[in-house]
Design a protein around this ligand. Sequence first.
Ligand code: ATP
Length: 365
Amino acid sequence: MAQVVLRDVVKTYGNLYAVNHVSLTVADGEFVALVGPSGCGKTTTLNLVAGLLPISGGDIFIGDRMVTDLDPKDRDIAMVFQNYALYPNKTVFNNLAFPLQMRKQSRDMIDRKVRDAAKVLDITHLLERRPRELSGGQQQRVALGRALVRDPAVFLMDEPLSNLDAKLRVQMRSEIKRFHHNLGATIVYVTHDQLEAVTMADKMAVMHGGLLQQYDAPANVFANPVNTFVASFVGSPAMSLIPVDIVNTGGGTALKGATGWELPLSAMNARKVQGSSDRKAVLGARHSTLKLHKSALPGAIPGKIYSVEPTGDVTFAQILIDGEMVNISLDPSVAIQPDEPVWIEFDQDRMHLFDAQTTMALKAA
Ligand code: ATP
């Protein structure tokens, strides 16, 4: 296995920067998810690593080698795609054996590698079947096996689970995680699904508009999103964001909402908003950090229930505050109705504050 380094990588189509000066290092044995909404540049980034597209600028290294100008076949990578791309007329055994036969490996060696890979992926009992006789999940495991037998320096995976139904996706998520754990493989994995990235990857590279927004362990991205884009992209339900003004109150600092409510800030949060442009900020909060009250309470913000979604062990509600939709999770025993007035208490230690103009997280000076 090997590390992968992207150094100032650029891919342009005319005036469009599909990938805009992206630099990141995937350590040897690390599982990194490239994640972001449609069109953010994640597939283009992966294809540049694979060598499937000519690069416009920057360099790519796999292990100690600069591969920027090498053909895909010379980069020591294996790709796994969303459409498994299996040979329909070959058995599973021959699908796995094919890349090795192309490399003219001995029959004994091929047999051993195919059976080893089949064992890792628990598909030994399927070796004599053809792809059409397999379920979607089994086909995906064969596709992983075909990558595995090649013993590459790096696995590149492009939305490998997106053709599977929801239940199977969850199951395959843990299988790919296991695959990574067992092999200590270096994996670069593209997904639009933040939950896949959060649950599977050691690190996630969040992209938007061709730019790398944040690159860190999922827990750190979740806890400390660098800007409002990352804050609202990572986490489900999404972090709620409310535009506010920053005002001085007798001796302290408060946030003021569009409908006139004021929320006095703790000393730490007051220091954070000191650096905001034009005294305007965005208040962010995750659903699980909010408390709902049915009557007014000092420091709690007034709102109105918009919708209530019981899911069994937790109830999600959407609350309108200043025309913004705020997500909250509640114990199912809490009885609330649409249009009911409520007051929302924010946790000063777990609220997020962003600059309204730059969208960047505000930090205490
Ligand atoms: P998706 O999840 O929809 O595949 P993505 O994040 O993988 O999206 P890319 O496929 O990498 O996004 O595309 C990044 C940007 O580059 C998009 O704006 C896309 O329209 C543009 N793009 C991609 N390929 C081409 C091309 N061959 N010609 C022109 N523009 C392209």
